[in-house]
Design a protein around this ligand. Structure first.
Ligand code: SAM
Length: 293
């Protein structure tokens, strides 16, 4: 496909070039802000998974006013190197690492971020289930690092794939934010499962201690990684009942009664009142299946 044919087919691709943006995704953040006003009163902002940098461009243009002696801080992080942008502090790193969180915080002089945005995407494999799973993992990694760097009351915006497990992600986000909205900017293609969660009013569960431990992956919990209290994300598995008792997978012979007589099988105490297989039972009783109908 030639450049001009893409210009015709994709208006945001064309507009991005006309407006000097490095990627068409700039319009997604602009449109999210149009609706949710997420840039209001922002002093510290973090752009996770920022390369090539169109979201950082938007942040820089919208937040930094000419001649401002003390402009807002914008930190951009990505695995990939990114060409410099005015007013944007760049850090090449992995958002799943504690060291990245520490690096970011070191720029805020004791403060925390008012806004964290994440347009992160892993390399797409084309296998939908796999892509959705990896995207969900990246979103959780972004949420994880966000719990280290976002102030109470702050906002988190992140890319999400609207797959079948999305309600689980919503439930996880709702533990940390008072309001969670799924938003589809006009510039995000209708044909794409991509959307953005806008999570407002950060309020972690009482006693929550930010940790980079991923309970699905990291198998060692110790004094430094204690998954207890509100930090515990794994549903505990408890075996109960006498371990010496009957094993439900075993077969046991019928007992011989004390008087030596054969064991008589008992009727169930309460048969189902209206089982879904009732019609079948009625037909069977009427010998329907033997009539050769
Ligand atoms: N928002 C960007 C913009 O407007 O230019 C586009 C982001 S691009 C769709 C997704 C980015 O996520 C890639 O640059 C990729 O390197 C980054 N990424 C994926 N996994 C990451 C990770 N674990 N840590 C940091 N960046 C990551």
């Amino acid at each position: 496909m030639g450049k001009s044919s893409k210009d015709k087919r994709d208006i945001y691709y064309r507009l991005a070039k006309e407006n000097g943006y490095r990627a068409r995704s700039a319009f997604k953040l602009l449109q999210i802000n149009e609706h949710f006003n997420i840039f209001k009163d922002v002093r510290n902002v973090v752009d996770l998974c920022a390369a090539p940098g169109s979201w950082s461009q938007v942040l820089s243009q919208q937040l930094i006013k000419e001649g401002d002696q003390d402009p807002p801080k914008i930190i951009a992080v990505d695995l990939q190197a990114m060409a410099p942008l005015p007013g944007v502090i760049q850090y090449q790193g992995d958002i799943t690492k504690t060291s990245t969180a520490e690096k970011i915080i070191s720029h805020f002089q004791g403060g925390l971020a008012d806004l964290v945005v994440c347009d992160g995407a892993p390399d797409v494999t084309g296998l939908h289930d796999m892509d959705e799973y990896i995207q969900a993992q990246l979103l959780l990694a972004a949420l994880n690092i966000t719990t280290h760097i976002l102030r109470t009351g702050g906002t988190f915006v992140a890319k999400i794939f609207r797959g079948k497990d999305i309600t689980l992600l919503y439930a996880q986000l709702k533990l940390f934010f008072k309001t969670v909205t799924c938003s589809k900017p006009r510039s995000s293609r209708n044909s794409s499962v991509e959307a953005f969660v806008v999570c407002q009013n950060y309020s972690p569960p009482e006693g929550y201690v930010p940790s980079m431990v991923n309970p699905m992956m990291d198998l060692s919990y110790n004094e430094t990684n204690p998954l207890v209290g509100p930090n515990r994300m794994i549903v505990p598995f408890i075996a109960c009942g006498d371990l010496e008792g009957f094993d439900s997978d075993m077969t046991y012979p019928l007992p011989v009664l004390p008087d030596g007589s054969e064991y008589q099988s008992l009727e169930p105490h309460q048969a189902p009142i209206a089982p879904p297989y009732q019609t079948f039972l009625d037909l069977k009783r009427s010998n329907f299946f033997n009539k050769g109908v």
